[in-house]
Design a protein around this ligand. Sequence first.
Ligand code: ZN
Length: 271
Amino acid sequence: MAFKKAAPAKKAAEKKSAPEKPATRKAAPSGKSSWFSRGIGATEKETARQADVREALSRSRRLFIPPATGQKKEVTKRVIYLDESLDDMFNVKEHGYFYKKGSGKPPVFKTCLDQEGGECPHDEGGNKGSFTSFLSIINTSSWTDKNNKEHSNNKELHPFKVDQFALFRRAVEKASKGKKAKLRGMVFDVVRLQGDKSHPTGDTFEYVETLDLRNPKDLAKYNLKGVDLKPIDYMTDLAPQDWEAAEAWLKTSGFGGGGSGKKEQEEEVPY
Ligand SMILES: [Zn+2]
């Protein structure tokens, strides 16, 4: 069972998510930058910044579907689900931080340190966060990175909000025709029909077919030979930062006061 296997890692993550709280955790003083600094504060900041860069690099890419607005036609992403069933869905509360439209910066998501009681620097900073569920997918659509390198068949996280998941679940159950839904190998076209106010990870789920991911013929159909088809290790990928690192990030990121995360704004940047 996947859950059993994950147990030791879970313990570690729990430890990680409930760090000793430092005696003082007041809001950051309005940290205006200047040409010099004194004391150990700056090195601590830099340590936090570097930890954050490392953290960002270890996170999986997330499915992103550009909205259909104005002249832009809707975009369809064909994705293959890797988790055995919907029961393998991994849920966390997470805090979204969104940069101003046009900044070109993708949003930042931070796993809540305490889903139960708001014992978390992000909650204390005023960012309420939201319940999000994750599945692993292969995104069969191709994309080009900054260096003009083309990628396809990327393993990505598919995040769902509660309302969105209800639609997806319905589509999966319908495709399973009453049998216990087995998700692994199911192929869906994910579309975002409801414009830029809708979830950037899809609002319409059209069943295509179910692949047997052990069958070479099925793999060949989507060019999956050699692609790692294990679901994402959520315990690692979505583990929260510890208290100090989260607090330091809030101080250095400019989102210290809860940021624009209070109201989710849409960014047309893949993440
Ligand atoms: Zn939180």
